[in-house]
Design a protein around this ligand. Structure first.
Ligand code: A0H
Length: 273
C-alpha cells in the first residue's frame, strides 16, 4: 500500500514445486496469498552463507537486484529471513534456464537468430547496469533465465559489485568466463562484462566456451593469451563481434553502445524499430 516497504514472511506465500537447486539453497515456485501473484522464492541457508563467508555477497546481491528495473534483468521484489534461512522474493521466469535450453538444442548450440537476439538483450541489460556503475562479473548461461516471451532475464547478482574493486572472495564455479585481468588478479572495471559477453556469444554459437581445455592451468594460459579458434560455420558478422569482445587488453574491447549497433546484433534484434 502507498509504497511503504511491506514486511513479508513465509506464511504470505503458498509454496510450489522446486524450480532448481542452487549451491547455497533452492529456488521454489510460490504464490503470494492475497494477490495470487506468482513469484520465485530463492531460499539460502544462513549456516551455509556463514560457513562460506558470503554474507557481504548476499547483502550486496539483495541491495543491487532490488534497485534494478530492466526488462532483461530478473526483478527482486523483496526479502525476509527467519532463524535459519534467508528468502529472496524474485520474478518468476516461466521458460526456465538458458543453459538447459542450450543443452537441449541441436548440436547443443543456438541458431544465429536466437544467439543474436539473446546477446543483444544481455548487452542492453549490461548497458543499464554499467550506467548505474554496477558490474555483473558473472555473466554465463547458468545465470540467464527466460521470460514468458523467451526474453533473457539476467539473474544471480551474487557476484556483482558497485564500480571498481578488487575481488576478495575466492571464485567458485567455472573459470571459463573469467577475463584475463581477473585471472591475473589485476584491478578491473566494467569491461570484464564485455569479455564475458564475448565468451557467452561464442558458447551460444559453438556449444562450448572458447578457451575450454582438458587441464585447467592451460585454461588460464589460453585466457590470458586470448588464443581461440571460431569454427567455419559461424557467420562472418558473428565472428567479427566475438573478435571485438575477446580482446585481452580491456581498453581495446568494443564498447556496449557499439555492440548494440553492430550489424550482427541489428540483424537479429526482435522487432527492429
Ligand atoms: C534445468 S531447469 O531449467 O529445469 N532448472 C534449472 C534451474 C536451476 C536453478 C534455478 C532455476 C530457476 C530459477 N528461477 C528464478 Cl530465480 C525465477 N524463475 C526461475 C526458474 N524458472 C523455471 C521455469 C520453468 C522451468 N521448466 C520449464 C519446463 O521444462 C522444465 C523446466 C524451469 C525453471 N528456474 C532453474
Amino acid at each position: 500500500a502507498n509504497g511503504e516497504k511491506r514486511v513479508w514472511s513465509l506464511n504470505s506465500f503458498d509454496i510450489g514445486r522446486p524450480l532448481g537447486k542452487g549451491k547455497f539453497g533452492n529456488v521454489y515456485l510460490a504464490r503470494e496469498k492475497t494477490s495470487k501473484f506468482v513469484v520465485a522464492l530463492k531460499v539460502l541457508f544462513k549456516r551455509a552463507v556463514k560457513e562460506n563467508k558470503i554474507e557481504h555477497q548476499v547483502t550486496r546481491e539483495i541491495e543491487i537486484q532490488c534497485s534494478l528495473k530492466h526488462p532483461n534483468i530478473l526483478r527482486m521484489f523483496g526479502y525476509f529471513h527467519d532463524e535459519s534461512r534467508i528468502y529472496m522474493i524474485l520474478e518468476y521466469a516461466p521458460k526456465g534456464a538458458v543453459y538447459a535450453k542450450l543443452l537441449s538444442s541441436p548440436n547443443k548450440r543456438f541458431s544465429e537468430e536466437t544467439a543474436g537476439a539473446y546477446i543483444g538483450q544481455v548487452a542492453d541489460a549490461l548497458q543499464y547496469c554499467h550506467s548505474r556503475n554496477i558490474i555483473h562479473r558473472d555473466i554465463k548461461p547458468e545465470n540467464l533465465l527466460l521470460g514468458v516471451n523467451e526474453e533473457i532475464k539476467i539473474a544471480d547478482f551474487g557476484w556483482s559489485v558497485r564500480n571498481q574493486s578488487d575481488r576478495r572472495t575466492t571464485l567458485c564455479g567455472t573459470l571459463d568466463y573469467l577475463s584475463p585481468e581477473m585471472i591475473l588478479g589485476e584491478t578491473y572495471d566494467e569491461k570484464v562484462d564485455l569479455w564475458s559477453l564475448g565468451v557467452l556469444c561464442f558458447e551460444f554459437l559453438v556449444g562450448k566456451p572458447p578457451f575450454e581445455t582438458s587441464n585447467s592451468n592451460n585454461l588460464c594460459k589460453n585466457i590470458s593469451e586470448g588464443e581461440f579458434k571460431i569454427p567455419p560455420y559461424v557467420s562472418d558478422d558473428a565472428k567479427d563481434l566475438i573478435r571485438r569482445l575477446l580482446v585481452t587488453e580491456s581498453k581495446y574491447r568494443i564498447a556496449l553502445n557499439s555492440v548494440l549497433k553492430h550489424p550482427w546484433i541489428l540483424k537479429h534484434r526482435a522487432g527492429k524499430v
